[in-house]
Ligand binder design. Structure first.
Ligand code: PSV
Ligand code: MN
Ligand code: MN
Length: 405
């Protein structure tokens, strides 16, 4: 790739009326949160293949996250999972993160690991288990205060495997009661992000099966409750970008958990299987960022972009770098859509003209653009190569000496 490639790119985009400097500045402000659990040995329903270089403590997981940020400039915060990242001193964890140039992001409670939750957490028919679950959520709000986190990110494994196993409407009420209490404990400015999933680990029903249920709950709770879209949590064929557009229009889209799925909740590298879907999600976001309504624009500004992937066979830091670069690439392409061209085609009811106007942005090679953006930010032009050759890779290799396979 040469400067000529970039010059050509810039000329072509200028000729289309795209403000390339604005595209660059929007790319420079993209922030994607990485998950601590993606750096340790965790995840997958079948088997965890232990990785000899995986981070072993919350502190090391934050160090890996900081390395991803150092390489890409895209990941200034890291989400933590409680109790996986439990520590005696959240102040200490916070200072550790800040000393490495990152902050602690969303707090993810864990309501699926304890034996007590086998038949549900906040929806359990046993009031003492519901209480335990609510107390854990309140503990996470308290942790968020200490870490300076804005978002509490909620995913529930709650559901049933058989008709009649649970009272679906009672469970709905119990979940709302629990979340109302937790909502009441949020500090001003904090948000509760509500994630849905249509199956797994329960298979007959899940208590928050889709975006509509999460949306309804968020509306009942209040403006600090928002919906979190995990791209892996939909039935095949679901139009995820439509859900995104709908929630944006209702000012209830709080964030994303990015990953790719082929059959189930695979936690594969985002953009690896269906980059066009990711592009179309960003197309909706970029379009909404120009909305006439200030509340819609502000919803866009506050979207928490997060990765939710636990790599099981991939080298962890590299897989995370690949993931955030894939997100950046599709965002860059979405920034090249000429919305006036799309609108004009829509107005003349030109179906294929409109489709072409969107798709052509996807087909541009944004490699030269991203290279220049990285150069201007003083970042490695090829972050994966920089990681492979860098000192940090050597450092994590030393973890192997204490590896007990
Ligand atoms: C399980 O499906 C899951 O992947 C959810 O998406 C959560 O966000 C994540 O685990 C972390 O708890
Ligand atoms: Mn998720
Ligand atoms: Mn998931």
């Amino acid at each position: 790739m040469t400067d000529q490639d970039y010059q050509l790119f810039e000329q072509r985009q200028r000729a289309r009326g795209i403000d390339v400097e604005r595209v660059k500045s929007r790319l420079k402000s993209l922030k994607i949160e990485t998950p601590s659990w993606g750096f340790g040995d965790s995840g997958t329903r079948f088997k965890v293949f232990r990785n000899r270089y995986a981070a072993r403590t919350p502190y090391e997981r934050i160090e890996d996250a900081a390395e991803v940020h150092r390489l890409t400039g895209l990941c200034p915060s890291v989400a933590i999972h409680i109790p996986w990242d439990k520590t005696d001193s959240y102040d200490g964890l916070r200072s550790h993160a800040e000393s490495l140039g990152v902050t602690i992001g969303a707090i993810n409670p864990n309501l699926f690991q304890d034996d007590a939750y086998m038949l549900g957490s906040v929806t359990n028919a046993d009031v003492t288990i519901r209480r335990k679950a609510t107390e854990h959520l309140l503990e996470c709000v308290d942790i968020a205060r200490q870490t300076g986190s804005r978002d509490i990110s909620l995913w529930f494994a709650d559901g049933t495997n058989y008709p009649g196993q649970g009272d679906l409407r009672a469970r709905k009420t119990w979940m709302r009661e629990s979340l109302e209490e937790v909502y009441g404990a949020l500090a001003p400015g904090m948000r509760m992000l509500i994630e849905y999933k249509f199956f797994e680990p329960a298979f007959y029903h899940t208590d928050l099966a889709d975006w509509g249920m999460a949306y309804n709950l968020a509306c009942k709770l209040g403006p600090q409750a928002q919906v979190l879209v995990d791209t892996g949590h939909h039935a095949p064929g679901t139009n995820v970008e439509h859900i995104v557009a709908y929630l944006l229009d209702e000012c209830r889209l709080g964030g994303f958990h990015f990953n790719s799925r082929k059959y189930a909740d695979d936690d594969l590298i985002v953009g690896a299987i269906d980059p066009y879907e990711l592009f179309l999600i960003f197309y909706q976001i970029v379009h909404a960022s120009e909305d006439a309504c200030a509340d819609v624009r502000s919803t866009v500004d506050n979207i928490a972009y997060m990765i939710d992937q636990s790599h099981n066979i991939e080298p962890k830091v590299e897989a995370m770098v690949r993931s955030v670069l894939n997100v950046q690439t599709q965002y860059a392409k979405a920034l090249l859509v000429d919305h006036a061209e799309v609108r004009a085609a829509q107005e003349r009811q030109d179906v294929l003209g409109a489709e072409e106007a969107v798709r052509k942005a996807f087909e541009f090679d944004v490699g030269p653009l991203l290279r220049v953006v990285r150069e201007e930010q003083g970042l490695p032009v090829d972050p994966i190569a920089a990681f492979r050759e860098g000192a940090y890779n050597g450092k994590i290799k030393k973890r192997a000496s204490s590896f007990k396979g």
